[in-house]
Design a protein around this ligand. Structure first.
Ligand SMILES: CC(C)(COP(=O)(O)OP(=O)(O)OC[C@H]1O[C@@H](n2cnc3c(N)ncnc32)[C@H](O)[C@@H]1OP(=O)(O)O)[C@@H](O)C(=O)NCCC(=O)NCCS
Length: 177
């Protein structure tokens, strides 16, 4: 039987060294070199939802919140970033579990208009199976002092207090997550 994941929520800065170490175990230099997102300058998460087996951190998801513009109109949205599972513990349901807990926390405590995540093409099916939908419009983000369009098709959305937009322009008014 798969060992049960213990899930804890922490403030972003407090646990960053442990999350960064997990990231180094997950993203090998080869994976990073081939990643669609290899040179993206990411925003820091406000909170982390972390999954432990005993004392070992094995899975994570970061929570973001942002006042954005959707087709020029203000909206308050949540973001999820940094979803990852240690390679020794993948395909055991941990990311699914962390994602479910994170969405429940977001819905209950933040009640955003909708939630947005950036996903590489090979992970799109994982999120589609879990109810996320591809945002077919343009997402504008800040990168290295400029506001630019994030690569098409990599943002996925989930309904919140409002139905998530499926097209148009979302200006994140800051860095992506
Ligand atoms: C993508 C990633 C987060 C998935 O993590 P994970 O913990 O392996 O995810 P899960 O175990 O919840 O689900 C993965 C698959 O294993 C399956 N699975 C879950 N438990 C299983 C079990 N006991 N036996 C076999 N398969 C199982 C799931 O059903 C799922 O397949 P599906 O999408 O077809 O349903 C992980 O591969 C990873 O860290 N990748 C590198 C970083 C990355 O790309 N992150 C995503 C950023 S958006």
């Amino acid at each position: 039987m798969t060992e049960t994941l213990r899930i804890e929520r922490h403030d972003g800065d407090a646990v960053w060294p442990a999350v960064e170490a997990l990231g180094k175990a997950v993203y090998t230099p080869e994976m990073l070199a081939h990643s669609e997102f290899h040179d993206v300058d990411w925003s820091d998460a406000e909170h982390w939802v972390l999954g432990y087996l005993g004392d070992d951190l094995v899975a994570s998801a970061g929570i973001h919140r942002r006042a954005v513009h959707v087709d020029g109109k203000p909206a308050n949205i949540a973001g999820i970033g940094g979803v990852k599972t240690h390679p020794d513990h993948q395909k055991s349901g941990h990311a699914s579990h962390i994602l479910e807990v994170t969405c429940t926390l977001i819905d209950g405590q933040m009640a955003p208009d909708f939630t947005l995540i950036f996903v590489e093409t090979h992970n799109r099916a994982f999120y589609e199976k879990r109810g996320w939908r591809v945002f077919a419009g343009t997402v504008m983000v800040d990168q290295h002092g400029k506001r630019i369009a994030f690569p098409d098709g990599s943002a996925m959305v989930r309904d919140g207090a409002q139905p998530a937009p499926r097209s148009g322009t979302i200006d994140l008014m800051g860095k992506p997550w």
